[in-house]
Design a protein around this ligand. Structure first.
Ligand code: PEP
Ligand code: MG
Length: 659
């Protein structure tokens, strides 16, 4: 018995929806399959279901065979067509929703210093300096045993394998039962537990054992096969699941061998963790509070380890490649997560330098917490809003903890980049509303999609461009694709009912771009009204990040409610120095008089028109520049959460300022 339908699950059947679908399917005795493009897989395996990569609006067939086939079809088709009905309970956040998100604007590969200092250079992935004893974590590869079983050994080997799987599952259940687990870490372990419980991995391994392979070899082969399938799918979320499958396979092998994994449990206080790579399972169980710093061969600024390091304030330098081998036998290591520098066995002078910097940073951190609740005001009593730059909802906690007075920049790109297809209006509306509620009554400024050919996303065909930074990006692309833009604007109008939502447009270089956007906003509001969907108006602002926007700032100020200066792009465009090119990093300097006068011109135009002028580029968090910005008339500064307390302190310390 079978039925076909169009999938209305807005993220398609991966991550949480896949788990929910499987849970539902497992509630029926019948064998249930889901078929897409002629390929049928068991609806009771989340791994197989994820690998089928079913997307929103695709047609699938559900086939059921058994006593309760009618009920199974009804329930499963019902879920695919109306995923929200009857499934209100919240499940633990899946891995999909946590570690991929950059916790802060991703740091870039550090530019070489003018005078090259001693040491290695890697990706400066999490700011801060550290020095301490090296803790090398290079778990040995588990080798396949390659033993051919005798016929009468097979049943026993399958039993042994099942016992090992049960041990691993129980270990994960115990980890999940800990109250102290953070939501992110719980998500990682829950995703691994799902894989350990899924019969794709265990079924594949058991089939190999039945073919006379020993259990360890069978597990290694099965995990590698499934990991390879995940690696091939054109979706970065699913690619990352390959590591998870390998991590679970490794745990099963260790249980079979009666060995414990080389554990991070014993890492001494303040040690520097040195590893080629750190798997999700190791990471989730690591005693992060004891880790002084991290240096890895693998990993970039948006890898799991980078995000976790930034969230937990651990300095990290990643992506050293094979040069990591030089650290295997290091006794002590010093690292600078701001510049990407790593020094092996530092000499006395380097040691003294790093120790002094670590101590200064600790003193500063301790002194800064007092500024969390401060509302800084300039001499005339005007409040200076110190807000957070965020890229995902997972970062809300860190921003609130730091004392953020709202969000000055919510980058929406990640919402689009995380998925295999364009995010639906509902999903966007929920995300923006959750953000607004978390910071109410403070404002949250959501930036409309700022994406171009340098960071293509599924669902938009970007042309090959010689120079994507000067190409079809940001507001330019959005105005050419009203289908995508209106979906976002409708979601923002809906979210504005839930809190203080403001919206700003990126890469504006012409007044016409603002006027065209207003026409679309009005169209969207009229449509929502006709549909009877609750919505509310929002303040519209622009980012000032092109030289053109600076030069027409007085005209732009008449069209919008606020400016937010994007110094990251403004600096590269004013100085004609690519922000990603380390060889011109010296020119890419916001404090250059050319950039500072562009900022001043913008501030003057905004202040004269009586609109708010803020800043959301990285420079907004620089204590050396904040007094100049406040002096120019900026009343909002938005930055990564880690910089907020320092910025509040800087403003509070300005002559005549109060709190
Ligand atoms: C900027 O350009 O300053 C900015 C904040 O935007 P992004 O870094 O996302 O380009
Ligand atoms: Mg920008």
């Amino acid at each position: 018995m079978e039925r076909s339908t169009i999938v209305r699950v807005h993220e398609g059947l991966h991550a949480r929806p896949a788990t929910r679908f499987v849970k539902l399917a497992k509630g029926f005795e019948s064998d249930v399959e889901i078929i897409k493009d002629g390929k049928a897989v068991s609806a009771k395996s989340s791994v197989k279901l994820m690998l089928l990569a079913v997307k929103e609006n695709q047609e699938v067939t559900v086939r059921a065979n058994g006593a309760d086939a009618i009920e199974a079809l009804e329930a499963l088709i019902g879920y695919l067509e109306n995923p929200k009905a009857g499934l209100e309970e919240e499940e633990p956040a899946a891995n999909a929703d946590t570690p991929e998100a950059p916790a802060a604007p991703a740091p870039r590969v550090a530019a070489p210093a003018a005078t090259e200092e001693a040491g290695l250079r890697g990706v400066a992935a999490s700011e801060g300096v550290a020095i301490g004893p090296a803790f090398a974590h290079f778990p040995p590869e588990i080798a396949a045993q390659g033993r051919t079983l005798k016929q009468d050994e097979i049943a026993g080997e399958i039993e042994r394998f099942r016992g090992a799987v049960a041990t691993v599952q129980a270990r994960m259940d115990r980890a999940l039962a800990q109250d102290s687990l953070s939501a992110g870490d719980r998500g990682i372990i829950a995703a691994l537990r799902d894989i350990a419980a899924d019969d794709s991995l265990t079924g594949e391994a058991e089939a190999l054992i039945r073919d006379a392979s020993d259990a360890v070899s069978a597990t290694i082969t099965a995990a590698s096969t499934i990991a390879a399938d995940f690696s091939k799918v054109d979706d970065h979320y699913l690619n990352a699941r390959a590591d998870d499958v390998q991590a679970v396979g490794r745990q099963i092998c260790l249980a079979l061998l009666g060995q414990d994994d080389v554990s991070l449990e014993t890492i001494p206080q303040g040690a520097i963790l040195i590893a080629d790579d750190i798997g999700a399972w190791d990471l989730a169980r690591a005693p992060l509070k004891r880790i002084g710093g991290v240096v890895c061969g693998h990993g970039g600024a948006t890898s799991h380890i980078a995000i976790i390091a930034r969230t937990h304030g651990i300095p990290a330098v990643l992506g050293l490649g094979d040069r990591i081998n030089a650290l295997r036998t290091a006794r002590d290591v010093a690292l600078d997560g701001n510049s990407g520098r790593v020094v092996i066995d530092p000499d006395a002078a380097t040691r003294a330098d790093f120790t002094a910097r670590v101590e200064a940073a600790a003193r500063e951190r301790a002194g800064l917490t007092a500024f969390k609740a401060v509302t800084p005001k300039r001499a005339d009593g005007t409040i200076i809003e110190v807000a957070a730059n965020l890229g995902s909802l997972e970062e809300i906690e860190a921003a609130v903890e730091a004392g953020a007075m709202g969000v000055g920049l919510f980058r929406t790109e990640l919402l689009f980049m995380r998925h295999m297809h364009l995010p639906s209006e509902d999903m966007q509306a929920e995300t923006y509303a959750a953000l607004a509620k978390a910071f109410a009554p403070y404002p949250v400024i959501v930036r409309t999609l700022d994406i171009g050919g340098d960071k293509p996303i599924a669902g938009i065909d970007f042309p090959e461009e010689e120079n994507p930074f000067l190409g079809w990006r940001g507001i330019r692309m959005c105005l050419d694709r009203p289908d995508i833009f209106k979906r976002q604007l409708r979601a923002l109008l809906r979210a504005a009912v839930q809190g203080n939502v403001k919206v700003m447009l990126p890469m504006v270089s012409d007044v016409a771009e603002v006027r065209q956007t207003r026409v679309l906003i009005e169209e969207c509001a009229a449509e929502l009204k006709a549909e009877g969907v609750p919505h509310a108006a929002f303040d519209l602002g622009v980012m000032i990040e092109t030289p053109a926007a600076v030069l027409i700032a007085p005209a732009l100020a008449r069209e919008v409610s606020f400016f937010s200066i994007g110094t990251n792009d403004l600096t590269q465009y004013i100085m004609a120095a690519d922000r990603l090119n380390p060889t011109v990093a010296k020119l890419n300097d916001v404090s250059n008089p050319a950039v500072m006068s562009a900022i001043e011109m913008t501030a003057k135009a905004g202040v004269a028109a009586g609109i708010m002028v803020g800043m959301c580029g990285e420079a907004a968090g620089r204590p050396d520049l904040i007094p100049a910005f406040v002096g120019m008339g900026l009343t909002e500064l938005s930055m990564s959460p880690a910089s907020i307390q320092r910025a509040k302190k800087t403003i509070a310390g300005m002559a005549g300022a109060s709190t």
